[in-house]
Design a protein around this ligand. Structure first.
Ligand code: SAH
Ligand code: SF4
Length: 389
């Protein structure tokens, strides 16, 4: 395979991906009554909005603080703004949240929300508390459904309805924070329950790059939510042309859904491989800006019994990732209604993990969380379609 030729094609491929994403654009942020949604605007847009409203730029700074640092939704609680202006703002704008359609708690304390948006589309968002400490990860969705059809993934059976807007992505996190009363935004090292974000919910984040990037920049802004890029991990099934942009512009941690060590098998279980095969994917990982031994790339590997979990495949895996600052997350397969694969046996998992570990790579076996409420990796799907709700 000619990796060089393909690098030259990357800019045009990138254009194609962005143009396709535009076909699945989210609806506008104006409500039927004409009020505009402020969540999801970046700083520049908020300034423009305030100026168009006849206000000075510093109003945008104040609003930013109330919306993203204090978590306030009600203009009348924004005490640094005079009452008449509060009323004027409330007549023209809203600070919204997605609606909680369902809220389920697993016996292991993992919590799954089904969030419904204004057009009635919905996604699932999962909070996975750490079992030892007062912190945890929020798993955000980026799309309603997914265009890719990875064979082992429940989301992959739901066709793509549309992309989520930046407001809807940030909104999932803000609504999860509401549920744990984690406002105002904890600063610096203050303990926080919702301490990390993983873009590992429904959808392929790099197929909705613009909205995901905008949302993550809002979340990382130090005067608002202020979550550092080190606490954010974006998982991709391997959209090679967007990976470098993600590294350069966002600098978040990267996780790559590898799942197979030959193109033959990966073509079948992660069909995107037919477009961006393993060698190209690994070349993009090697180029990923910011990857280092301190900030390793995570390779995700779902363990499917008798499909991809042999010892020979473990050895091939370490050969493939040799030289990359990497760790390997072994994910026991999480079944879902209608799935055909079997999880690897515990012995199979351990043997595989040991080979990877002996080669010098951390190889944690991820404990499935929230399986009883279908909240574990790969089990998410808008309940509307599954009929669970
Ligand atoms: N679309 C992105 C992110 C969402 S999926 C991606 O594919 O990377 C998050 C992780 O769960 C991915 O590594 C995905 O391959 C994995 N996954 C999907 N279905 C799974 C299942 N049934 N059991 C375990 N992991 C699964
Ligand atoms: Fe989409 Fe990721 Fe599921 Fe594949 S694993 S179908 S890319 S959500």
């Amino acid at each position: 395979m000619n990796v060089v030729t393909n690098d030259l094609l990357l800019p045009s491929e990138r254009e194609r991906i962005l143009a396709k994403a535009a076909h699945f654009s989210p609806p506008d942020y104006v409500l039927p009554d004409g009020r505009r949604e402020l969540v999801g605007l970046n700083r520049e847009e908020l300034i423009t909005e305030m100026e168009a409203f006849g206000e000075k730029a510093f109003r945008a700074k104040q609003l930013w603080h109330w919306i993203y640092h204090q978590g306030v939704r009600d203009f009348s609680a924004m005490s640094s703004i005079a009452r008449p202006l509060q009323e004027k703002l409330a007549a023209h704008f809203v600070v919204g949240r997605p609606e909680v359609a369902t809220d389920q708690l697993s016996k292991d304390q993992t919590r799954k929300f089904l969030f419904k948006f204004r057009d009635n589309e919905a996604v699932e968002t999962v909070y996975i508390p750490d079992r030892q400490e007062d912190r945890g990860a929020v798993c955000l969705s980026s799309q309603v459904g997914c265009t890719l059809s990875c064979r082992f993934c429940h989301t992959g059976t739901q066709r793509l309805a549309r992309n989520l807007s930046a407001a809807e992505i940030v909104g999932q996190f803000m609504a999860a924070r509401d549920a744990y009363s984690e406002w105002p935004s904890p600063k610096g090292d203050t303990p926080r329950l919702l301490s990390t974000i993983v873009m590992m919910g429904m959808g392929e984040p790099l197929y909705n790059y613009e909205n995901v990037a905008k949302a993550l920049k809002i979340i990382m802004d130090g005067e608002g939510i202020g979550l550092s890029r080190r606490r954010i991990t974006l998982s991709t099934s391997g959209v090679v042309p967007m990976m470098d942009r993600c590294g350069e512009e966002l600098g978040v941690n990267l996780a790559v859904s590898l799942h197979a060590v030959t193109d033959e098998l990966r073509d079948e279980i992660v069909p995107l491989n037919r477009k961006y095969p393993i060698a190209e994917l690994l070349a993009a990982c090697a180029r990923y800006p910011g990857a280092s031994n301190a900030r390793r790339i995570t390779f995700e590997y779902v363990m499917l019994r008798g499909i991809n979990d042999s010892e020979a495949e473990a050895r091939e895996l370490v050969r493939l990732i040799q030289g990359l600052p990497a760790k390997v997350n072994l994910i026991p397969f999480n079944p879902w209604p209608g799935s055909t694969y079997q999880p690897s046996t515990p012995e199979g998992l351990k043997k595989f993990a040991k080979i990877v570990m002996d080669a010098g790579y951390a190889s944690p076996i991820r404990t499935p969380r929230g399986r009883d409420i279908l909240a574990a990796c790969g089990q998410l799907k808008s309940a509307v379609e599954t009929g669970i709700a």
